[in-house]
Design a protein around this ligand. Structure first.
Ligand SMILES: Nc1ncnc2c1ncn2[C@@H]1O[C@H](COP(=O)(O)OP(=O)(O)OP(=O)(O)O)[C@@H](O)[C@H]1O
Length: 258
């Protein structure tokens, strides 16, 4: 099997408090995987481990068939926190170019090819008109889209996104998932999301993260896993009409939904 992500026996603790415990799962290349789970379950921590921002206490991580450090140049990462220093004088285009240029190069020296790649990435997230604007002048949702464009500009083989649509309005949200779906033709995608409706329409697989990781290749979560992850049957999490392909069939559904 050709794997995009291989995690084995992963353990991580913050200040002695175990956040992820003996986590083992693999993601095949070409997958579109959503990481779901309760607040504080460890989703962001897991992504940070996958891009080498945190080091595990135990276990191994391989990406794209190579040890993590060797693969990172082929991996794109969109972090959750898009807050920037509003006075930092950097334009939208420059931020996107930062994704493309290697270490030791200044973004002022980008050549025409790199600028075209940046422009194309901005176009894909619907921000072509804002290329010359200062990042600090943008709304949070727009900044989130700039960070996605920065990751797209590197043409990653594996793209990891941490709640990329958290501050994006509903129409831009589905547009972004369409972009991700299109990109999925070229890259394996792992996205953290709380938006089950958006997730259910687009992803192929889901993984529930809460100290452990339960991977579901078919995109269906069983009632037992839901309980193990959220600690209860989360009937209130089920948006009406969300396909059960993602949510699975719940014991109480017939009683509580009409
Ligand atoms: N820098 C840190 N120092 C200490 N504890 C941390 C730190 N960052 C996160 N934590 C703790 O680790 C746990 C997991 O946090 P994490 O952000 O990975 O969860 P999450 O599943 O992404 O949550 P959410 O859905 O709220 O974004 C939480 O209990 C959190 O308080």
């Amino acid at each position: 099997m050709n794997w995009a992500v291989e995690v084995e026996g992963l353990r991580f603790a913050y200040n002695g408090e175990t956040i992820l415990d003996d986590v083992t799962f693999s993601v095949p290349r070409g997958e579109f995987l959503a990481l779901l789970g309760p607040n504080g379950g460890g989703k962001t921590t897991l992504l940070k481990l996958l891009v080498g921002l945190l080091r595990p206490a135990a276990g191994t991580i391989r990406l794209l068939g190579s040890p993590l450090e060797e693969a990172l140049s082929r991996v794109g990462y969109v972090p959750q926190d898009t807050n920037v220093n509003k006075d930092f004088p950097v334009t939208v285009e420059e931020v996107v170019l930062m994704g493309r240029l290697g270490r030791g190069r200044w973004f002022g020296r980008a050549d025409a090819k790199e600028r075209r790649a940046a422009a194309k990435a901005l176009e894909r997230v619907g921000l072509a008109d804002l290329a010359r604007r200062r990042l600090g002048e943008l709304s949070q949702g727009q900044r989130q889209r700039v960070l996605i464009a920065r990751a797209l500009a590197t043409a990653p083989e594996l793209l990891l996104l941490d709640e990329p649509t958290a501050s994006v309005d509903p129409s831009a949200q589905s547009a972004l998932y369409e972009v991700l779906k299109e990109l999925n033709g070229e890259a394996t995608i792992v996205v953290v999301s709380h938006d089950l409706t958006a997730v259910s329409g687009h992803v192929g697989a889901v993984a529930c993260v809460n100290r452990k990781v339960h991977y579901h290749p078919s995109g269906t979560i069983s009632d037992a896993t839901f309980r193990a992850t959220w600690g209860r049957c989360p009937v209130e999490l089920i948006a009406h009409g969300v396909p059960h392909r993602v949510l699975g069939v719940h014991d109480h559904e017939e009683d509580r939904h009409d």
